[in-house]
Design a protein around this ligand. Structure first.
Ligand SMILES: NC(=O)C1=CN([C@@H]2O[C@H](COP(=O)(O)OP(=O)(O)OC[C@H]3O[C@@H](n4cnc5c(N)ncnc54)[C@H](O)[C@@H]3O)[C@@H](O)[C@H]2O)[C@@H](O)CC1
Ligand SMILES: Nc1ncnc2c1ncn2[C@@H]1O[C@H](COP(=O)(O)OP(=O)(O)O)[C@@H](O)[C@H]1O
Ligand SMILES: [K+]
Length: 458
């Protein structure tokens, strides 16, 4: 599991550990990891030019000590002090190692952003903005966090650093996983400094987590014991959404798929998926994709069954609180705006806040779709999906996702696990199907079994 903790949690763990270690030991660990990552990105050390942007706190201290390590390996290191105060020990060590303080740096090969870390408020001061502007185009390695981002919120509020690589310490911070700040973090490299941390409020499943959660058929499995999912999606106006919802559900992760809906769509579903059957008992429903004007009635019929339900697309605006069954709601930002009355732009700017508050308000798991899809539980826990490719932003991809999550619900996963495992597999299937090029929603569905095969045995 990739875990992201709050600044408060990190500070408490750091205080705990520092009390047991010699002074400065943690900063030395951080600086060593940072210097290593810088050389890795540069490809070599001797003769390369690195500029440190140094703020007033320990984040700047990390940069200065790392700079000293780099200078000892033959890197030409300059430090641009953006505040009157710079970490005194770090500054002295850099100078001893042959690094220089400058106000007029030449063009470096790489910039180290030590302006602010977890002590930073969102935004940057004008001096930092001007410095970054003068270095436009030079790759940046951010120390701990890209300076200026909302570390605990993942929000961007004002100017900030955009890093190629972020080297972070002890644990991930929320900004590394949650958009839009995650986009400013680049590739995130975690350096273990030995912190002992509590449960994380935000996490991202990794392949072994998905393998462990995946429902697998037992040796004595029958199709009914593996779970049956029912799909109520598609309509005469939008038949394709029904087909794609079924394609996501029929990827083999539960025992059987039933389709209930428009007769003409049902014929096409059976043609494309001969294994799909008609009405009967199910362990989970998927409702809404392409449902058009029937979506409200289909939702009511599904909820009357009393089984866990995925509510997508056209059915979302018919959801009323309290929802009588365990539910997964799967809006994109526009659909969540229509549900809650919030502004779409604000949802895109503050997805973590909006996903969490919608999950609490609806008493349901809310999966907010996007580049890094968020899965929020009513109790405040959040998982982030980091699989996928921008090619997945294609019509019908959401219909496949709803069907896939429904099949995992039918197989017995909790709504939170079904939504996060389904979203992870959906992204992994898209990456496989894409191979770096365009994909269609149908191709994503067809790649789900291969994405499952790619997991280690759980
Ligand atoms: N907490 C930990 O576990 C560890 C922390 N370390 C480093 O220490 C950092 C935290 O250090 P600090 O607590 O000193 O805080 P920071 O260095 O992140 O920043 C605090 C300083 O920046 C100023 N500041 C705040 N917002 C600003 C802004 N938007 N623009 C310009 N200046 C701003 C503040 O006035 C304050 O002086 C971490 O990010 C990490 O780099 C590491 O050395 C190792 C372990
Ligand atoms: N930039 C992106 N990178 C990766 N995945 C994305 C991106 N934008 C959207 N997606 C994913 O693509 C899918 C689109 O679903 P949705 O918006 O419901 O489309 P549709 O309604 O046409 O099916 C979602 O799973 C979403 O998370
Ligand atoms: K930083």
């Amino acid at each position: 599991m990739r875990r992201a903790h709050t600044v408060e949690q990190v500070r408490a763990a750091e205080a705990d550990l520092m009390a047991r270690l010699p002074e400065g030991a943690l900063m030395q660990r951080a600086a060593a990891g940072l210097a290593y990552a810088v050389v890795d990105l540069l490809g070599s050390a001797y003769g390369r030019r690195v500029l440190l942007l140094v703020g007033s706190g320990d984040n700047g201290g990390d940069a200065l000590y790392a700079g000293a390590l780099l200078a000892r390996r033959g890197v030409q290191v300059e430090a641009w002090l953006l505040s009157e105060h710079a970490h005194p020990g770090g500054l002295a060590t850099l100078k001893q190692a042959g690094g220089r303080v400058t106000g007029r740096p030449g063009r470096p090969d790489l910039v180290v952003d030590g302006i602010v870390g977890i002590g930073g408020r969102p935004g940057l001061r004008p001096e930092a903005v001007a410095a970054l502007r003068s270095l436009d185009g030079v790759p940046v390695v951010a120390v701990d966090t890209p300076s200026g981002v909302g570390v605990d919120t993942g929000e961007l509020d004002g100017p900030h650093v955009t890093a190629a690589v972020t080297v972070t310490f002890g644990t991930h911070k929320i900004a590394h996983l949650v958009d839009p700040a995650a986009r400013a973090s680049g590739a995130v490299h975690l350096v273990d400094i030995g912190l002992d941390l509590p449960e994380a409020p935000v996490e991202a499943l990794q392949p072994d987590d998905v393998a462990a959660l995946l429902p697998r058929p037992r040796p004595d499995a029958q199709k009914y014991t593996r779970g049956v999912v029912g799909v109520r999606a598609g309509s005469a106006e939008y038949p394709g959404a029904g087909l794609l919802s079924v394609a996501g559900a029929a990827s083999g992760l539960c025992g059987m798929v039933r389709y209930v809906g428009d007769d003409a769509v049902a014929d096409r579903v059976r043609e494309a998926h001969p294994e799909v059957v008609g009405a009967g008992r199910v362990q989970a429903w998927v409702v809404g994709s392409g449902g058009g004007k029937h979506a409200g009635d289909e939702l009511a019929a599904a909820l009357a069954d009393g089984v866990p339900t995925v509510v997508d697309a056209d059915a979302l605006r018919h959801v009323r609180v309290p929802i009588a069954v365990p539910a997964v709601l799967t809006p994109h930002a526009g659909e969540l705006a229509a549900m809650t009355g919030a502004d779409r732009g604000d949802i895109e700017a503050r997805p973590l806040h909006h996903a969490r508050s919608a999950a609490a308000a609806y008493g349901a798991v809310v999966l907010l779709k996007g580049r890094h899809t968020l899965i929020a539980a009513p109790d405040g826990r959040v998982r982030v999906t980091t699989t996928g490719t921008p090619w997945l932003a294609t019509a019908g991809a959401g219909d496949v996702l709803g069907g896939l999550i429904g099949s995992l619900l039918a197989a017995g996963l909790t709504p939170y696990d079904a939504a996060s495992v389904g979203s992870w597999l959906h992204g992994a299937a898209a990456t496989l199907a894409s191979g770096g090029g365009p994909v269609t929603a149908g191709a994503v569905a067809a790649s789900i079994p291969a994405a499952v095969r790619g997991l280690a045995d759980g």
